[in-house]
Design a protein around this ligand. Structure first.
Ligand code: FES
Length: 104
């Protein structure tokens, strides 16, 4: 049996400035990936795009994240977030990403 057909696409998520990394399968949630690195990330809405506490700054690989839905855009706009910021609970991973927050 050829097992290569079952190989899943993976991507590395790197958190700066610590350099902690995790390798996840494509379509993984960004917040879940960050938690797998052992780093804490703010949240008070259970990841349903209400609180904005999971805001992260994407340093590299923004094109490797899912596009924003209207709820995420509205919250980020209300926070006067930069174009390089995302809500980790709202983004899924399709390739390598590097990111940070103000409190790491
Ligand atoms: S955890 Fe609340 S908006 Fe992401």
């Amino acid at each position: 049996m050829d097992l290569s057909q079952f190989k899943m696409a993976t991507a590395t998520v790197r958190c700066e400035p610590s350099g902690r990394e995790v390798v996840v399968v494509h379509e993984s949630n960004l917040m879940d990936a960050i938690h797998q690195t052992g780093l804490g990330l703010g949240q008070s809405c259970d990841g349903v795009a209400l609180c904005g506490f999971c805001r992260v700054k994407i340093l590299n690989g923004a094109e490797n994240l899912s596009s924003m839905e209207s709820e995420e855009k509205q919250i980020l706009a209300s926070m006067h977030a930069g174009d390089d910021e995302r809500l980790a609970c709202c983004a899924t991973i399709h390739g390598p990403v590097a990111l940070t927050t103000t409190y790491w």
